[in-house]
Ligand binder design. Structure first.
Ligand SMILES: [Zn+2]
Length: 407
């Protein structure tokens, strides 16, 4: 069925994913004759609509991730249906314009067909500006803790303040899979396109990223009016903040990073670090990090297996540090001088030359310029080509002995 725009008085057909009335069929002549269809489409339909536009509004130049579900073939007022071929994901603004007849059905079909091709990383911003926040991360509560989680020297979940004194959320979780992950920098979030799904209702209070390998990242802001409300939301752990000097009502921000099979996970109810689980803790007014994690070398950064690695491709003009990366069975190419620091391990590897040619004595590792610094990395079973190794002079004899022994 092809329609050209809508008639005057069209009541509109945006299925607003989070409106309180979303579950109620809108009154219409039809609804008296047919069984009412819920206004909110079923989850598989929503997922398909989001995926086909690449998780952003497909209208040229828009890309907003705050999507709603527009029925166009036929319009919702003509038939209450949830057939994805007659629906499209659009942002609130463009769904309203579509309701007004701005786009032909053929144009909407083209947007459905080509949306994913043109899609870029989904981006948005949390507009929740508050002087105080109660952070709920991995089943633990953090109040007035600027740094919630730190791994090694690096902040992973932390807050900064803007000029007006409002707290801004930051989240930069290291990835073990090598797949790009969602990041949040001062409330601005970015989600890479290669994901399975992104839930991002127009209310702007929540994002929920589903990665292809089953991992998830979820962030939600919400209001809590009282301790009783907090306990209702967190029945098992909420009472831990009883008696704390929290000014109710408070805004909460809850963050999950579910990554089963990895060393670190901040699940809905528990924080798991290595074999240790932490949950139901309340931390407030901590100057340092709420949770500080020290990881073994090679954990927490990008991981490479059986790949050709050109060291100069791994660094940027303003950042020459390989951070917590692991390389197993890789062929690593220079020309470059690699400077191992921070517990970096080189094992079972062929360094690719006679000791006097490849070992560069560096008296002061803090003051080097121009080398590729490997911090907390692991090179296991690798073969190096045209690479020098900068290290303190007192370490060289041991390495030299090792190399000579290895032949
Ligand atoms: Zn749009």
């Amino acid at each position: 069925m092809v329609r050209f725009g809508h008639q005057r008085g069209d009541p509109g057909c945006i299925a607003r994913s989070e409106w309180p009335t979303a579950g109620v069929a809108q009154p219409s002549l039809r609804s008296t004759r047919h069984a009412a269809v819920r206004r909110t489409p079923p989850t598989p339909v929503i997922r398909q609509l989001r995926q086909e536009v690449g998780f952003g509004c497909p209208v040229d130049g828009c890309g907003s991730p705050y999507l709603t579900w527009h029925h166009f073939d036929p319009a919702w007022r003509d038939e209450q249906h949830h057939r994805p071929e007659g629906m499209i994901a659009l942002c609130v603004e463009h769904a309203a314009k579509a309701d007004g007849g701005a786009f032909t059905d053929d144009q909407l079909r083209t947007l459905k067909r080509e949306g994913r091709v043109h899609a870029e990383a989904a981006k948005g911003r949390f507009d929740w500006m508050r002087r105080d926040l109660l952070a709920v991360v991995g089943g633990n509560f953090y109040y007035r803790c600027p740094v919630v989680v730190q791994i090694g020297e690096r902040n992973v979940i932390w807050f900064t303040r803007d000029d007006a004194g409002s707290l801004l959320l930051n989240f930069w979780m290291p990835t073990a899979s090598g797949q790009e992950r969602a990041r949040i920098l001062e409330n601005f979030w970015v989600v890479p396109p290669a994901i399975r799904d992104l839930e991002c209702p127009p209310s702007g209070k929540r994002i929920h990223v589903h990665y292809a390998n089953g991992d998830e990242t979820r962030v939600e802001f919400f209001e809590i009016n009282s301790l009783a409300e907090l306990i209702k939301r967190y029945p098992e752990t909420g009472s831990i903040v009883r008696g704390a000097a929290i000014n109710w009502p408070i805004t909460g921000v809850e963050l999950w990073e579910k990554a089963p099979g990895t060393q670190i996970e901040f699940g809905p109810t528990v924080t798991r670090v290595g074999g240790v689980q932490i949950s139901g803790s309340f931390m407030s007014d901590i100057g340092g990090a709420g949770i500080h994690i020290d990881l073994p070398p090679g954990v927490g950064g990008l991981a490479f297996h059986d790949q050709d690695i050109v060291l100069s491709d791994m660094v940027a003009a303003d950042n020459s540090i390989l951070d917590r990366m692991s390389f197993r069975g890789c062929r690593i190419y220079g020309p470059a001088v690699l400077v191992p620091v921070g517990g970096t391990e080189l094992k079972n590897s062929n360094l690719g030359g006679p000791p006097q040619a490849i070992l560069w004595p560096l008296p002061d590792l803090q003051a080097i310029v121009g080398g590729v610094v490997a911090s907390g990395c692991v090179f296991d079973g690798c073969e190096f080509f045209n690479v020098g190794f900068g290290m303190p002079p007192d370490q060289i004899p041991a390495i030299r002995a090792d190399l000579t022994k290895g032949g």
